[in-house]
Design a binder for this molecule. Structure first.
Ligand code: AMP
Ligand code: MG
Length: 315
């Protein structure tokens, strides 16, 4: 009991490392079992989706060229293929042979030669993947990577799990993926900070009670060679790090899976194409441009507040 005689909510956090990133679970009025169930769900999905674990179902698929996926595997691939189609290939599951050459999935990071990239080009393009229920077949020599969407799917399953376990208020941060539910226990929405791609204080804050806020940016994983910075989000057209004039792209929506795939796609598409997509498919985004403008899709303007004076935001 606190001074007003009401019950103060128990507000606890756990941090752990999974899916190659630091994850934070903040649960209100939850039990140790609730935290444990969440961590176990993340580990279970990592075992299925990781391309760096040889025993995962995705690694097995990439070796064999075809497989019967788990229900989770089939659901993620299906969602990825839909976003791939709707973004005209900006989101691309089958980029993995190129990603491997750049070394962003655990190999040594390096700049591959133009010949190396051209050699894998015929393997890239999601139209060549066939998925029927849980049966999937890749083009010969092709390989997929769920790195652009798996954390969003994981966040959706944690959201469901917490609902089942009657944990009403939560704030999850799985690397760049934030998933919130139930609003703040004081009745206000959650306040989600949008990271400064240059490492300063948050660019701004988005008020949201339920849903996903997912950010992709070249600042999240990169390496430098001969004075040039190379990052991990590849443009399927060039097979090189995307250069679309953005420092980061954030997608906001109810589905973590969709927001994750879209944040990656928006980063590749750049300002104009991302805004067109949002208008057409009723999606929402926050884009930070290389010239330090913050561009917010119409449906989010009331919820977003600029904090960092390095950036310009015209409401
Ligand atoms: P995210 O942090 O969600 O933007 O995902 C980045 C990760 O997705 C990379 O580390 C790759 O595993 C994968 N990836 C890179 N480029 C793309 C792309 N254009 N479409 C889909 N996945 C990609
Ligand atoms: Mg993503």
């Amino acid at each position: 009991m606190n001074l007003c005689g009401c019950h103060a909510p128990k507000d606890e956090q756990q941090h752990f490392f999974a899916m190659d990133t630091v994850m934070t679970l903040r649960l209100i009025d939850a039990s140790p079992e609730d935290f444990k169930a969440c961590q176990e769900k993340v580990k279970e999905l990592e075992q299925k989706f990781s391309v760096t674990l040889p025993e995962s179902e995705i690694s097995a698929l990439n070796r064999a060229g075809s497989a019967t996926l788990s229900a989770d595997g089939a659901a993620v691939v299906e969602a990825g293929l839909t976003v791939s189609e709707q973004t005209e290939g900006a989101f691309c599951l089958s980029l993995y042979p190129a990603g491997r050459l750049w070394g962003f999935s655990g190999e040594e990071m390096r700049v591959p030669s133009a010949q190396e990239l051209e050699a894998v080009r015929p393997l890239i393009g999601d139209e060549a993947i066939t998925l029927s229920e849980k049966e999937i077949t890749l083009p010969k020599g092709g390989a997929i990577d769920l790195g652009g969407i798996a954390k969003g799917y994981t966040a959706d399953l944690l959201d469901l799990l917490l609902e089942e376990r009657q944990v009403e208020h939560f704030f999850l941060s799985l690397g760049g993926n934030v998933q919130v539910g139930g609003g703040n226990p004081d009745g206000s929405p959650w306040r989600v900070g949008i990271a400064d791609p240059d490492g300063g204080e948050a660019v701004g804050v988005l008020e949201i009670a339920d849903g996903a806020v997912v950010t992709s940016g070249g600042y999240q994983r990169n390496f430098e060679q001969d004075g040039t910075l190379y990052h991990h989000i590849l443009d399927p057209e060039t097979l090189a790090p995307a250069k679309s004039g953005l420092k980061s792209a954030t997608a906001v929506g109810l589905s973590g899976t969709l927001a994750d795939a879209l944040s990656t796609a928006f980063f590749v598409m750049g300002e104009e194409r991302a805004l067109d997509y949002c208008a057409r498919y009723d999606a929402e985004c926050i884009l930070i441009t290389e010239d330090d403008r913050v561009v917010v899709s119409p449906g989010l303007k009331e919820q977003f507040t600029l904090l960092n004076p390095q950036y310009r935001y015209e409401k």
